[in-house]
Design a binder for this molecule. Structure first.
Ligand code: SF4
Length: 365
C-alpha cells in the first residue's frame, strides 16, 4: 500500500472528511508501532471537532427476559438450553418492579430466542412498560429478534416493527450484526439472521422512523479487511437510510474459550475505535462499551474517537456470562468520575443522545 494513501486517510479523517475505500483499507495497515499513535491522534481530532471534550453516558438498565435460546451461535456464552442449570426466565412483574425500583432513563431489552418469551408476550412487555413509565426510553429487540418474531408470529417484519412502535418501542439496539462476513457467518451463527438480513431489517426500521444502533463483534478469527468491509457496508447503509445513531464495536469475550483463548488486546480495541471514527463519517456517535472493553480501556477509548460510554447498566448479563471481568453495573457517580479522570467532561444524556434535563437524584447501589 502506498504510504501517501495512509497519510491522506489520516489527514482527511482528522478533518471529518469522507475516506475513499482505498483510504479506509489503508488504515488497517496502521496497526504498527510507528503508526498507531498517529491513528489515535487523528481519531481524537475528529471526535473533538464533533463533540469537544464532552463525553456522554446514560442512566440505563439492561433487561434480558430469558437466556433460553437454541440458535447455537458458537461464540455465545449467554444462551442456555431449557434444562441447563443457568437457564432463567424473568416474569413481567419482575421486570416492571426492576424499572420501578431503579427508575432509569433508558431500558435496553434483548434476550434469547424462545417461545416462553414469545412475540405476543414480548410485545405485551413493551406496552406495559410504556403505560407504566411514559418517559422511559425503550430500546428493544435486535434485528435477530425481529426476524424471529416475524417467523414465529407468522407476520411480516414490517408488521412486527409497526406493532412494536405502536406499543411504545422508541429505538432498536444494534446487536446481532456480529461481523458482515459470509465466511464467518457460515462458521459461527448460521442459525440466525444473516448479515444481509440484519442490514435489511435495520433499513426497514429506518423507513418507519425507528432509529437504531449498529455493532460489530471482533477478535474471534476475523481479519482487518473484514472489519473495514463491515464499516463500509454500514456507511453505505447509512447513506441510504440514515437511521443509525451510534456504532458500537464489541471486543470478543472468550468466555469458556471454546474456540479462541484470548480476545483482542486493549490496543487492538482502541485501534478499532479509532478506525471506526475515521471511516464512519455519517454515523454520529461512537460508543466505547465498557462492560466488554474493561472500564480503563473504555475510558481510554474517549481519546481514540469515542464520545459515549453507554451507561450505568445495572445487572448486565450477556457480556458477564461470557466472562467479562467488569462490574455488573456502575453508579452514576463512578461513571462521572471515570470520564473526568480520562480528561473529559461527563454529560448525562437521554436515550437519543440529547443532553438530559431534570436529572433525578437516584443512583445504583
Ligand atoms: S447470540 Fe443470541 S441468538 Fe445466538 S445463541 Fe446467543 S442468545 Fe441465541
Amino acid at each position: 500500500m502506498d504510504k501517501s494513501i495512509f497519510e491522506k486517510a489520516l489527514n482527511k479523517g482528522a478533518l471529518c472528511e469522507r475516506l475513499t475505500r482505498e483510504e479506509a483499507y489503508s488504515l488497517a495497515e496502521s496497526i504498527t508501532p510507528d503508526r498507531l499513535h498517529r491513528l489515535g491522534n487523528a481519531a481524537l481530532s475528529n471526535r473533538q471537532k464533533r463533540f469537544g471534550r464532552e463525553a456522554t453516558y446514560v442512566f440505563n438498565i439492561q433487561i434480558n427476559p430469558s437466556n433460553i435460546c437454541g440458535s447455537g451461535c458458537t461464540f455465545c456464552n449467554y444462551a442456555a438450553s431449557k434444562t441447563a442449570p443457568h437457564a432463567y426466565v424473568m416474569e413481567e412483574s419482575e421486570i416492571l418492579e426492576k424499572v420501578e425500583r431503579l427508575r432509569p432513563t433508558e431500558a435496553h431489552i434483548v434476550g434469547g430466542l424462545n417461545q416462553i418469551w414469545s412475540y405476543r408476550r414480548s410485545l405485551g412487555l413493551i406496552a406495559s412498560l410504556r403505560s407504566n413509565f411514559p418517559d422511559l426510553h425503550i430500546k428493544a429487540y435486535t434485528a435477530v429478534e425481529i426476524d424471529y418474531f416475524a417467523r414465529t408470529g407468522k407476520l411480516s417484519e414490517s408488521d412486527v416493527l409497526d406493532q412494536l412502535k405502536e406499543a411504545g418501542m422508541d429505538a432498536m439496539p444494534g446487536g446481532g450484526a456480529e461481523i458482515f462476513s459470509e465466511r464467518l457467518y457460515r462458521l459461527h451463527w448460521k442459525g440466525k439472521t444473516s448479515p444481509k438480513n440484519w442490514v435489511r431489517i435495520h433499513q426497514l426500521a429506518h423507513s418507519k422512523k425507528i432509529p437504531t444502533n449498529a455493532t460489530m463483534l471482533f477478535g474471534f478469527g476475523d481479519t482487518w479487511e473484514e472489519r473495514i468491509e463491515h464499516m463500509l457496508i454500514l456507511r453505505q447503509a447509512q447513506d441510504d437510510s440514515g437511521g443509525f445513531s451510534c456504532f458500537i464495536p464489541l471486543p470478543f469475550q472468550p468466555g469458556t474459550g471454546r474456540f479462541i483463548e484470548q480476545g483482542p488486546t486493549p490496543l487492538e480495541t482502541l485501534s478499532v475505535l479509532a478506525i471506526s471514527r475515521l471511516v464512519l463519517d455519517n454515523i454520529p456517535h461512537l460508543k466505547s462499551y465498557w462492560p466488554m472493553t474493561g472500564l480503563e480501556t473504555g475510558a481510554a477509548g474517549l481519546s481514540w474517537g469515542a464520545d459515549d460510554m453507554d451507561g450505568t447498566i445495572s445487572e448486565e448479563k450477556i457480556a458477564h456470562l461470557a466472562g467479562a471481568a467488569t462490574p455488573i453495573g456502575l453508579a452514576r457517580t463512578k461513571m462521572m468520575e471515570t470520564i473526568s479522570m480520562a480528561g473529559f467532561t461527563p454529560v448525562e444524556r437521554d436515550g437519543m443522545f440529547g443532553e438530559k434535563e431534570n436529572i433525578a437524584q437516584g443512583d445504583f447501589e
